[in-house]
Design a protein around this ligand. Structure first.
Ligand code: TYD
Ligand code: MG
Length: 466
């Protein structure tokens, strides 16, 4: 092998460098460069005369992207109504989260519906996949199974006979292709194998699902370019420490990216959860004062978290202000606005604020939920259990709109919340799935909450609150 065909490729971001370096100049990670053979085609080639091809008009006869619905409602919702012919999906998730389980259930459902589906496992032996299928009660489903890792062999085999409708590759990190000289699992191999499989999907019209491992910082391992090459990127995540799994789409050329599918991992596989609110609400102290649900965003993704506040008379000269999961200067600001504009006196009270589940909120959009939780605790007035809050509070006490109001409302509705308290401008973004009440200023929110207050039931000693 001549020296020219080698290069050093960052295993984190896929950037190539002509020599070894301790730090990748593209992504800044240390110790990620490793030597890999370049793709064979990279050698110098004589420029030939290009082949002529016909250009087509935008208007023309094209069938609507025909979809292959799995019949698993939560999955079909996320893909946008089923798998599209010739499309390639990347399914990412932590090890053990249930990717293989979800896919074996999907293939079984499609196979039982009479479609040809092929499940290729590069990680497990056929017997292991069989055992799982048996445990799930799917042994009779006519899924075609193999344990293989050579992309060329796989494509040659599945191209025989009737073309499959769906091909599962579990996982892309275990595949290798002849066109690339590096070891399996390296960035170049992952990219090369993905490319070959994508070409197969586009040519044959089969839908291919690639399973991708996730690195410790939550990214699908291997080059980000795989994410750009595929038509859709789905991620399968655990919600909290529970049996619940959430399927989200981070990218989807043929469907929405703001839908989620909720599953529960049970003894016999993944069960669809059609009413997630039950689960979500079951964990909460319903009807206790001082808790408000904040409809937040994590990156581009809506995320609902519970904010807990405790406001109690202080015995200290300087009352305590304690915050976990939020910015303490932001809390001071909200407290100051409550005092200055809403007549809420907190000078003699200790204030504790906690974001449930160990989340850390960065957004100012949580101001309104924090204020609601604080006032609710102070007035001993529980907030509606099916309500969410979001909005930024300005120093004048006005409630300002925040980004992605529609996405927040949609997620709240999906999770079973029935009403939202939002800034005035967000009302226009509501789509009817959830009842929206807008607040122009913090003063009106405080008045609303205080109106429902009960006199604090403070027991003198050892008594129980009512
Ligand atoms: P798996 O689908 O193998 O995860 P992945 O492919 O994402 O690595 O799921 C493995 C986990 O799921 C394992 O910890 C056992 C659990 N599980 C169940 O709880 N019930 C089941 O019916 C099955 C098949 C797995
Ligand atoms: Mg697996």
């Amino acid at each position: 092998m001549s020296r020219r065909t080698l290069s050093f490729v960052c295993q984190n971001c896929g950037a190539a460098s002509p020599r070894w370096q301790g730090k990748c100049e593209a992504c800044g990670e240390w110790n990620t460069l490793s030597e890999e053979g370049a793709e064979r085609a990279a050698g110098p080639r004589k420029p030939g005369k290009g082949r002529l091809f016909a250009l087509e008009a935008l208007a023309g006869d094209t069938q609507d992207a025909p979809r292959l619905a799995s019949g698993i409602g939560e999955l079909d919702r996320v893909t946008g109504g089923g798998f599209v012919r010739g499309s390639v999906l990347l399914l990412g998730g932590d090890p053990g989260i249930g990717k293989s389980t979800l896919l074996i259930q999907t293939t079984a459902a499609l196979a039982r519906a009479g479609h040809r589906v092929v499940y290729i496992s590069g990680e497990e032996a056929v017997a292991q996949v069989r055992l799982r299928a048996e445990r799930l009660g799917l042994r009779d489903a006519p899924v075609e199974l193999a344990s293989q890792t050579s992309v060329e062999d796989i494509i040659a085999t599945i191209s025989e006979g009737k073309l499959p409708k769906l091909v599962i590759i579990d996982s892309i990190q275990t595949m290798w292709t002849d066109t690339v000289e590096s070891a399996p699992g390296t960035v170049t191999q992952v990219r090369g194998s993905a490319q070959t499989l994508i070409r197969f999907a586009k040519k044959s019209g089969a839908c291919v699902i690639l399973v991708g491992h996730v690195t410790k910082d939550g990214q699908i391992a291997g080059p980000r370019v795989v994410e750009h090459m595929v038509d859709a990127v789905l991620s399968f995540e655990a919600e909290g420490s529970h049996q619940f799994r959430v399927l989200r789409s981070a990218k989807n050329r043929f469907g929405p990216t703001d839908e989620i599918g909720v599953f529960e991992m049970t003894g016999d596989g993944l069960r669809e959860v059609t009413n997630p609110s039950e689960l979500f609400l079951s964990e909460r102290d319903l009807g206790s004062p001082g808790t408000a649900v904040f409809a937040g965003l994590e990156g581009t993704r809506p995320l609902l978290v519970e904010i807990q506040a405790l406001v109690a008379p202080s015995s200290l000269g300087t009352p305590r202000r304690s915050v976990v999961g939020w910015d303490s200067s932001r809390l001071s600001m909200v407290l100051a606005v409550l005092e200055a504009h809403c007549g809420v006196r907190l000078g003699g009270h200790d204030v504790y604020l906690n974001v449930a589940g160990g989340f850390r909120i960065q957004e100012p959009a949580a101001d309104l939920a924090v204020a609601a939780a604080l006032v609710s605790s102070l007035c001993n007035a529980p907030l509606p259990a099916d309500g969410v809050y979001f909005g930024e509070v300005s120093l004048s006490g006005a409630v300002r709109p925040v980004a992605q109001g529609a996405a927040r409302l949609k997620e709240a509705a999906k999770l079973g919340f029935a009403r939202a308290v939002v800034p005035e401008a967000t009302r226009a973004e509501a789509n009817g799935a959830i009842q929206v009440s807008d607040v122009g200023s913090l003063t009106s929110l405080v008045a609303d909450i205080a109106a429902n207050g009960r006199p604090p039931a403070r027991a003198k000693s050892g008594g129980e609150d009512g």
